[in-house]
Write a protein that binds this ligand. Structure first.
Ligand SMILES: CC(C)(COP(=O)(O)OP(=O)(O)OC[C@H]1O[C@@H](n2cnc3c(N)ncnc32)[C@H](O)[C@@H]1OP(=O)(O)O)[C@@H](O)C(=O)NCCC(=O)NCCS
Length: 194
């Protein structure tokens, strides 16, 4: 890392990083962006954001909460080269006893779709989930029509578990969901040795 990159990195509250992106902590400074993404028809279609979200609703997300054991841990995805946030990713429904969580991701800036960014971000959150949080199993449930999303799961090597019939109601019809999982032991076997 050269001096300029080092300085830029210090200006961004980096939590962890991959090649193209950083994960930074959620930040109310970008509240208008969160709201824009959550209401964008293209972005929200399979993210199940059916009810419109106002900036005033979103402000509540940033109110201080009790610092206990969270059942959600999420990040803003920051594009290193373009120096801006482009989406969000998180682990939800975290079950600390059984070591289980569900992955959710939304690249809110659709101009960045199909550039491998969700794949890179998902790989990064997997590493964090297994190596830092000591989770054991990650799960994803994806609408069968959301080819971009289940392609990410396939590319990474998630195991296809099955189809949940009529799991979602999207654009006037019931849509089946593909469920995927990844066990830490399987990920450990194939992750590149550093
Ligand atoms: C789904 C989403 C996260 C994918 O992000 P992304 O950064 O485009 O994903 P990637 O580029 O890493 O991988 C997408 C893959 O799907 C492929 N793909 C996308 N649409 C496709 C289509 N209609 N037919 C065939 N392949 C398709 C891409 O070519 C790419 O594969 P490749 O790298 O082998 O070319 C992004 O589109 C998004 O945020 N959508 C809105 C929110 C959402 O649906 N979130 C997921 C809810 S489960």
């Amino acid at each position: 890392m050269n001096e300029k990159e080092e300085k830029e990195r210090k200006d961004v509250p980096v939590f962890i990083e991959a090649e193209t992106i950083y994960f930074i902590t959620h930040n109310s400074e970008y509240i208008n962006l969160y709201v824009k993404w959550a209401n964008d028809p293209k972005v929200r279609k399979y993210a199940r954001d059916i009810v419109p979200i106002r900036v005033d609703d979103a402000k509540r997300w940033f109110e201080p909460s009790e610092r206990g054991i969270p059942d959600y841990i999420g990040f803003l995805i920051w594009h290193k080269k373009d120096k801006k946030p482009i989406g969000i990713i998180g682990l939800g429904l975290i079950d600390w006893i059984n070591g289980w969580a569900s992955i959710g991701i939304s690249i809110g800036e659709s101009a960045y779709w199909n550039k491998n960014i969700a794949t890179e971000a998902t790989e990064l959150i997997i590493r964090y989930a297994f190596n830092e949080l000591n989770l054991n199993k990650l799960q994803a449930g994806i609408a069968i029509d959301n080819i971009g999303s289940w392609s990410v799961a396939d590319k990474i090597g998630f195991v296809f578990e099955g189809i949940q019939k009529h799991e979602m109601y999207v654009d006037g019809k019931y849509v089946d969901e593909k469920t995927y999982c990844l066990l830490k032991e399987d990920w450990m076997k194939r992750k590149p040795k550093k």
